[in-house]
Design a binder for this molecule. Structure first.
Ligand code: ATP
Ligand code: MG
Length: 459
């Protein structure tokens, strides 16, 4: 079984024998391997995904490995490329190095040597990422308590730095535990409003009938129990930032009221007549799929567009393995500080397990796993035994809750499959590699099924 966190290799070679051999060899070592039969297929893959490393042949019938190299350098700057050359063409190999290849290996090659080159390239990639992150942190480009070395997180830090001076509304999306609240606080801390306090409200934690008064306040006597005037959050947070967490849980009427407050920049307290001008920067967050909710009529489109001026999407932890190491180290320090322990590091074996885990609960789950390990740890180094079994056994959750129930009249599973494939292709702009990822299929399998169903890009 391979997990999404396994390092992902793209192998490009027109010779089926080499592709198969490399797939077997690297899969055995725990890599996720995708293959491409030639240049065109490789370029298509690279449009859809970012492998951790590319191994490419140079001479292929439909193009050159140099084109693959160029594409990687353009689209995925940090991904190392190792070229495989015929024994006689050292000069070409050197050209490849000049154009940015990490290394080359001559055919016929020794598998152990190739494994070593690949492992070294990946290690260097990791170090480069960590260095860039350290440097950016030193230059004040980091985000304080927000740890991140992956390219996705560094892009996010850039974005937050750029939006600091604006007061535009921000919508943060991401799975549970990905750090939405932490990032919301960082956005405030980096903004021109940072000297004012940060206000936060979890829309899912407060009963519907109290939410309106929480948000907009109420006048004395406006409802039973309202025995004094209350200032709402919009009013209190005027001049500052208001974080509206779990915005997807708001009822439709309240969505309308929030939209009005944002558009008119004024509010009325419950039971009051006075309009009160407010100047609030709203940062909203949700782990729900607002696009789907809009389709289902559960979330107002106008509010969505009003909130989504600056979209910030936090990727799940399983898509940024390089962050795992950095986070583990931060959480070690944190756990030591709060428990008075002196656990200095995590053994390479344990780290490997942590990096490869799928983390359905994202950063929050990683933090509690590290804290638990620190408490269980008998020496100064966290070992695999200190990790919970689901991490040790690298098991993915057994049930995937898609919420689909077979209706009483039954289903046509072929038709169901066809519809899923069409949906995935549409969502991926008909890029096979991307759709294959959505479906958990290999490129080849999806290609086969597209043929089976006679599916083609319309138009
Ligand atoms: N990049 C990060 N660096 C350091 N700590 C992080 C990072 N991301 C998340 N955390 C920590 O993980 C925990 C969960 O983060 P947070 O509460 O911001 O997640 P969330 O996306 O708001 O989750 P939920 O959707 O469940 O509310 C917090 O303790 C937070 O400090
Ligand atoms: Mg949260």
């Amino acid at each position: 079984m391979t997990a999404e966190n396994d390092p992902h290799l793209l192998v490009v070679d027109d010779e089926a024998g080499i592709r198969e051999m490399l797939t077997i060899v690297f899969q055995k070592d725990g890599y996720r391997v995708t293959t491409a039969r030639g240049c065109a297929e490789a370029l298509a893959h690279l449009d859809g995904e970012e492998p951790d490393l590319v191994l490419t042949d140079l001479k292929m019938p439909d193009g050159s490995g140099f084109d693959v190299l160029k594409k990687v350098k353009d689209a995925h700057r940090d991904t190392p490329v190792v070229v495989i050359t015929a024994y006689s063409s050292t000069k070409t190999a050197i050209d490849a190095l000049k154009q940015g290849a990490y290394d080359y290996i001559a055919k016929p090659f020794d598998v152990d040597e190739l494994k070593l080159v690949v492992a070294r390239a990946l290690e260097r990639k990791r170090l480069v990422e960590e260095n860039v992150a350290l440097k950016e942190r030193a230059e004040g480009k980091g985000l304080g308590p927000v740890v991140g070395v992956s390219r996705k997180m560094r892009a996010l830090f850039d974005l937050v730095a750029r939006i600091g001076k604006t007061t535009s509304t921000v919508l943060i999306t991401g799975e549970s535990g990905t750090g939405k609240e932490l990032v919301a606080r960082a956005i405030h801390a980096r903004s021109t409003r940072s000297s004012k306090p940060f206000f936060a409200l979890n829309c899912a934690a407060i009963p519907e009938n109290l939410l309106e008064s929480e948000l907009f306040g109420h006048e004395k006597g406006s409802f039973t129990g309202a025995d004094a005037r209350k200032i709402g959050l919009f009013e209190a947070a005027s001049g500052s930032t208001l974080f509206l967490d779990e915005i997807g849980d708001l009822s439709l009427p309240l969505q309308g009221k929030i939209l009005r407050a944002l558009q008119e920049k004024e509010v009325k307290r419950v039971g009051g007549n006075e309009t009160i001008p407010v100047d609030v920067r709203v940062v909203a967050a949700t782990n729900r799929d607002l696009a789907a909710m809009m389709k289902a009529g559960q979330f107002r489109e106008d509010l969505f567009y009003r909130l989504n001026v600056i979209p910030v999407d936090l990727p799940p932890l399983r898509e940024r393995a390089s962050d795992v190491r950095a986070l583990v180290n931060r959480f070690l320090e944190k756990a030591n500080a709060s428990h008075g322990t002196a656990v200095s590091s995590v053994s390479p074996e344990a780290m490997e397990l942590l990096v490869r885990h799928g983390w359905p609960g994202n950063v929050r789950q990683l933090e509690s796993v590290v804290e638990r390990a620190v408490l269980l740890c008998e020496g100064a180094v966290v070992r695999p035994e200190d990790l919970p079994s689901e991490v040790r056994l690298n098991t993915a959750p057994a049930v995937r809750p898609y919420g689909f129930e077979i209706p009483s009249e039954g289903v046509d599973i072929e038709e169901f499959e066809r519809q899923l494939i069409v949906q995935a292709m549409e969502r991926s702009g008909w890029v096979i590699a991307r759709a294959a990822r959505l479906l958990g299929l290999t490129y080849r399998t999806l290609q086969y099924r597209l043929e089976k169903f006679g599916l083609k890009k319309p138009g």
